[in-house]
Design a binder for this molecule. Structure first.
Ligand SMILES: [Zn+2]
Length: 94
């Protein structure tokens, strides 16, 4: 009997709904300033949502209201633009 059942934290991508290990997802956080930021440390306080590190998921998440719904926030145009440009750096799907 090895160390079976060791808990690996999993989260669900809000775009493709796939569960993955938390470390394989990128966290977005709704900060107290009412802005949504990319949280690469995954430790910032505030409501969080997760997306795969691929552009398709970001576009899907940002285009509709999925992200806003998950984070209970209304994205401003600038905020959405900033997240979109971050998405532009990510590789296309897999
Ligand atoms: Zn995804």
């Amino acid at each position: 009997m090895a160390l079976k059942g060791r808990h690996i934290p999993e989260r669900t991508c809000i775009a493709c709904r796939q569960s993955r290990e938390k470390k394989h997802l990128i966290r977005l956080v709704h900060t107290k300033d009412g802005v949504v930021e990319v949280d690469l440390s995954a430790q910032k306080p505030g409501r969080g949502a997760y997306l795969c590190p691929k552009r398709d998921c970001w576009e899907l998440g940002l285009r509709g209201s999925r992200l806003e719904y998950a984070l209970r926030v209304k994205l401003t145009r600038d905020n959405r633009q900033a997240l979109m440009s971050y998405a532009g750096e990510l590789p296309r799907g897999d």
